[in-house]
Write a protein that binds this ligand. Structure first.
Ligand SMILES: Cc1cc2nc3c(=O)[nH]c(=O)nc-3n(C[C@H](O)[C@H](O)[C@H](O)COP(=O)(O)OP(=O)(O)OC[C@H]3O[C@@H](n4cnc5c(N)ncnc54)[C@H](O)[C@@H]3O)c2cc1C
Length: 469
């Protein structure tokens, strides 16, 4: 019996899809990657995942785990014809909230927004919020070690994982679902899987750490005269309100312009424009904290110090959401403008002004007139440094690779990373060839070899297949 028949017998008609039924799973979110798979396996239990992995391992057929398929680096779809896509979409159970331990156990296919919905009213929150939360699944969020707008406060997805159940390449089930933070009984194995992009094992369940839901919020949108002022504002906010900071998201004038022009239903609440904008959110779980007075005091200080030229406070929940929408629609505004180059970089926060200046210089030198739209997370220095062609130009004049490499190198030289929160996937493997230190590559290769010696899990993601290095 061939592998396809074996998987069909194992999983039944709703668990094994072939032909046209695989269509919705084939291509990645940005429609850049995805070869025709042998089929899509949709197991319903950990035991079924294990059986699928064992069968594929025995047949020598590569497997790519897939969650919500919102990844931006092309790592959740087949890298070559004939692979098996392993979708976790049928394993979406969400356990009861453990209020005493502030944790929850979920299956890897649970959609992030559904986990949030389950927590509504419990007084607890999973502090992972991102634009794709209506589709992204817990296994995918762990697979990419997703960041989002609260990473600077609560950490990235891997920091929210207490325990994990993982199926390894040969079908072995490793169950470490311990609902405790302190667990130093040896190597931090669970950490290996956060950000491993489906190359070391298939996450099937996770015990996640929760935080108290804020009772009150204050949200402001501020016009900021320069990148230096942006950084200084971050320092002021941390110094005066660290424990209340729940968001520090920035975008720039070009991004605002593109969003207002292309995205329906967004509006700009300030009277004047500026080079940068900062969305600041303070939140508290206490009824006794005078959050409004803290925000007003902060804004007064920021105005006095010349760090802010204009600002508005959200007066209602609807206005708060409208402010957030302006930030979250930045990628969409640029997408609707036409071709773009996306770069997901990070630098130490204090280096942001230098990075932006030097980045602008090198972009102008490589591709005159190219339009730069940096936006992102001030709290952790993660910059989405996205480019649109010069006004009137159709493309980047063949400079795409050079632009990507130069910007990545600049971020690395500034002490940052060329792959901040979206991962490496397939799309940044060439960058990694240039920028990853040989020792680091060797360590990663050793980890891959230990966990997946036959390279049957998502080959070509994070590391090139051995023979191609
Ligand atoms: C509109 C939009 C906004 C976004 N905003 C952010 C943001 O703010 N911050 C951020 O970090 N990312 C962001 N992303 C990127 C994306 O949402 C995240 O990378 C997310 O974590 C992917 O989850 P997913 O379930 O869609 O995973 P997929 O795309 O399905 O998979 C991503 C990777 O994880 C692996 N994987 C999937 N499931 C498992 C599993 N069960 N076990 C092991 N590996 C697995 C896959 O093989 C693949 O390598 C955004 C994407 C979009 C489209």
């Amino acid at each position: 019996m061939g592998l396809s028949d074996e998987l069909a017998a194992l999983l039944g008609p709703s668990g094994w899809l072939t032909g046209a039924d695989t269509e919705p799973y084939r291509r990645d979110w940005l429609n850049r990657y995805g070869e025709e798979p042998l089929g899509v396996a949709r197991p319903a239990t950990t035991a079924e995942v294990s059986a699928v992995m064992a069968a594929c391992h025995a047949a020598g057929v590569p497997v790519v785990p897939q969650g919500g398929n919102t990844g931006l680096c092309g790592s959740g779809v087949a890298g070559a014809e004939g692979w098996v896509i392993l979708s976790l979409s049928r394993m979406a159970a969400i356990g009861a909230v453990d209020r005493d331990s502030a944790s929850i156990e979920v299956e890897a296919g649970a959609v992030l927004a559904q986990v949030h919905a389950t927590l509504t009213g419990s007084g607890l929150d999973l502090p992972m919020h991102l634009g794709a939360e209506g589709s992204a699944r817990i296994g995918g969020l762990i697979g990419t070690n997703a960041g989002g707008s609260q990473a600077f406060r609560h950490g990235m997805m891997g920091d929210l994982v207490l325990g994990l159940e993982v199926v390894l390449a040969d079908g072995t089930i490793w169950d470490s679902r311990r609902a405790v933070l302190k667990d130093n009984a040896g190597y931090q194995l669970k950490r290996l899987f956060a950000g491993s992009e489906g190359t070391l094992g298939v996450v099937t369940r996770a015990v996640l750490r929760l935080t108290a839901t804020p009772r009150a919020r204050q949200t402001a949108l501020l016009a900021v005269p320069s990148a230096e002022a942006l950084v200084a504002l971050g320092v002021l906010l941390r110094a005066e309100a660290q424990e209340f900071l729940a968001g520090m998201e920035f975008f720039c004038e070009l991004g605002l312009d593109l969003t207002l022009r292309h995205v329906a239903g967004v509006s700009f609440p300030l009277e004047s424009r500026a080079p940068f904008y900062l969305l600041v959110e303070l939140a508290t779980t206490s009824a006794f904290v005078p959050l409004e007075a803290i925000m007003e005091g902060l804004l007064e200080r920021a105005m006095e110090e010349g760090l802010v030229s204009d600002g508005a406070l959200a007066a209602s929940e609807a206005q708060r959401l409208a402010f957030w929408r302006l930030r979250e629609e930045q990628p969409e505004g640029q997408r609707l403008e036409g071709p773009q180059l996306k770069h997901d970089l990070s630098v130490p926060v204090g280096r942001i002004p230098d990075f932006l200046r030097q980045g602008a210089d090198l972009c102008e030198a490589l591709c005159p007139g190219v339009r730069i739209n940096p936006f992102g997370h001030l709290g952790d220095g993660n910059i989405h440094y996205n480019l649109s062609p010069a006004t009137g130009a159709a493309d980047f004049r063949g400079m795409e690779v050079e632009l990507g490499l130069s910007l990545a190198r600049l971020a690395q030289e500034a002490g940052g990373s060329f792959a901040a929160e979206h991962g490496l996937g397939r799309s940044k493997i060439a960058l990694a060839d240039h920028l990853r230190a040989p020792q680091e590559r060797a360590l990663m290769r050793a980890v891959k070899q230990a966990l997946d010696p036959k390279a049957s899990l998502n080959p070509g993601v994070i590391l090139r297949p051995k023979q191609k290095e």
